[in-house]
Design a protein around this ligand. Sequence first.
Ligand SMILES: Nc1ncnc2c1ncn2[C@@H]1O[C@H](COP(=O)(O)OP(=O)(O)O)[C@@H](O)[C@H]1O
Ligand SMILES: [Mg+2]
Length: 268
Amino acid sequence: MSEVVLQVRDLSVRYGGVLALSSVSFDVADGQIVGLIGPNGAGKTTCIDALSGFTTPSARNPSFSYISFLGRSIDRLSPQSRVRLGFARTFQSLELFDDLTVRDNLRVAAATPTWISTLTDALWPKRKVDAAVEEVLELLGLDRFAEDRPEHLSNGQRHLVAVGRALVGKPKLLLLDEPAAGLNPSETAELSKLLRSLPDRGVSVLLVDHDMSLVLGVCDQVHVLDFGSIIASGTPEQIRSDPLVISAYLGHGSSGVDEPAPGAGSES
Ligand SMILES: Nc1ncnc2c1ncn2[C@@H]1O[C@H](COP(=O)(O)OP(=O)(O)O)[C@@H](O)[C@H]1O
Ligand SMILES: [Mg+2]
């Protein structure tokens, strides 16, 4: 259980004059759900972008590994290569294809074409992809909506489609960017249940959200970002009572460190 899937060390990202991420370090171990929380603008999406290869770290010492995946430095790998190694991510804006059915949204995501797969697809229909898509549709309770277009679904169901698209490639590490944004309490509770089932399916999770209640309810470890730096790390219990965390949240006009959402966690 202690194998480190993701190791992040001294990771910084600068956008012009803004230091969006400042020397961030943390690990995600096999089977762990790790939370990254913080107020708007704290650097959460930037962190996911850097991990998934969508943005470039500002410090780039070639002899240092800023991001390692299963013991291997991935600093120089493209987003596609990271996906092939076992990364998957969602986007805050969901990025669904609204003119495709839910099933086809998942199918497209499951296909990672290479020249060899293009060749083998001509010989064998995509039976493996179809099986993976059907499995994920069922897991997420989306099978009933498989032939619908995402625009006809509720906000919560659309978020599930986004998570489903990330899951069909059978990732080892899932990076989720605010999957609970705009969900109602029962949808959030459903999402919590799903997230907690992922480690048993071999998927470790980095859960980025500013919904403290969701994160504190499902995560094993939580890191709190504020202005690009990690200001606190610990178990949900430790984070909930950390004075720096409370002041960062209250300082940004949030309502503070809430109790977990209904059904979101085992703690009361
Ligand atoms: N592409 C970009 N260009 C310039 N500044 C950016 C860009 N993306 C994010 N930022 C800035 O970086 C900081 C962190 O943003 P972000 O990672 O989106 O925060 P969060 O996801 O925690 O709300 C903010 O100050 C934001 O304005
Ligand atoms: Mg964000």
